[in-house]
Write a protein that binds this ligand. Structure first.
Ligand code: TRP
Length: 346
């Protein structure tokens, strides 16, 4: 275990249009973490199929997420970018973790309850055991840090519970095989930033979401500049000017959201935005936000479109990434099999 404590892992599901929430809450942070960390970024297609997916749309979405990673500035040469289904060790370790995790733990997962809805009997078994696969993603690479949104905190806690139970159940074996007193690390989530939660442009109480009926509620990563500007101009606000102090954003969900978006795009905190725009009306703030959003997002959309015109090149990058990921994954899996006591060629 000579690896220094700096490996980052995260995943994005290929299940639809990526929007500003995915970008500011996840991808932009992935880009920043490349400095000083060894990053593994995964398009989690095995997670996507816990809900029914159209095969052709799934293929497109896998390439879309990959293109968004690359267009945003993730470097597949220095780091690892791949899709989960290509590295079979994810599914294999998830099985082992299904045998470590307890029904009671998974029964408490709020994401399952939300996604399964009223008809739980009809949810896929995969949707129920989704967190075991997520723990496998992370622990296969013994990741130290996982940048995720607030909504994934519970899954990260479960990942730690699985790691702790595994370390504890097999502690003698782990020591005997020379792995020290624990095998898996206690991975830490990285949550936060001014736009940890980007909200809908039509309703500040709801998260920006790909499944919201109105396209005006979100800025998609592939929107052109005019569309981006129009959506910001039409974003819902209250009638007051921006507050003079950042505390004045409390209870003003829409204003808070737009200020948070401005801050996150510009890599500053909300207080810095308020010190510039406090007291100003939305008729002044919105055009500034629209200009900023277009300036920062339009080059990403343009690059995405350019990459998506050459799907074979995207596939080559994913294949190369999968080869690099597998090099790490096979070692972990070989050791885990040994810890369990499975017999056979190493
Ligand atoms: N569950 C995450 C989400 O919906 C995606 C994900 C899958 C993930 N595996 C992961 C995130 C591992 C971080 C680490 O956003």
């Amino acid at each position: 275990m000579s690896k220094s404590k700096n490996r980052v892992f995260s995943g994005v599901q290929p299940t639809g249009n990526l929007h500003l929430g995915n970008y500011l809450g996840a991808i932009k942070r992935f880009v920043a973490l490349q400095d000083g960390h060894e990053c593994v970024y995964c398009v989690v297609d095995l997670h996507a199929v816990t809900m029914r997916q159209d095969p052709e749309e799934l293929s497109d979405n896998i390439r879309n997420v990959t293109a968004a990673f690359l267009a945003s500035g993730i470097d597949p040469q220095k780091h690892i970018v791949f899709n989960q289904s290509q590295v079979s060790q994810h599914a294999e370790l998830a099985w082992m973790f299904n045998c470590v995790a307890r029904m009671g733990w998974l029964n408490r997962m709020t994401q399952f309850k939300e996604k399964a809805g009223k008809n739980r009997e009809n949810a896929s078994v995969g949707l129920f055991s989704y967190p075991s696969l997520m723990a496998a993603d992370i622990l296969l690479y013994k990741a130290d840090f996982v940048p995720v949104g607030e909504d994934q905190k519970q899954h990260l806690e479960l990942t730690r519970d699985i790691a702790a139970k595994f370390n504890n159940d097999f502690c003698e074996r782990i020591a005997k095989l020379g792995f020290g007193d624990s095998y898996f690390p206690m991975t830490e989530p990285l949550i936060g930033g001014p736009a940890a939660r980007v909200m809908s442009l039509r309703d500040g109480a709801k998260k920006m979401s790909k499944s919201e009926a109105s396209d005006m509620s979100r800025i998609n990563l592939i929107d052109d500049p005019d569309t981006i500007a129009k959506k910001i101009r039409k974003a819902k606000t209250d009638a007051e000017p921006l507050p003079e102090e950042v505390e004045g954003l409390a209870g003003r969900a829409e204003a808070d959201n737009l200020v948070g978006i401005f801050a996150a795009i510009n890599d500053v905190d909300k207080a810095a935005v308020i010190s510039e725009y406090g007291g100003k009306p939305f008729s002044e703030f919105k055009p500034a936000l629209a200009d900023l959003a277009v300036e920062k997002l339009a080059p990403i959309s343009a690059k995405m479109r350019h990459l998506l015109a050459e799907p074979d090149e995207i596939d080559t990058i994913l294949n190369e990434g999968a080869d690099k990921a597998r090099e790490i994954a096979v070692v972990t899996m070989r050791e885990v099999r040994e810890i369990f006591g499975f017999v056979g060629a190493k």
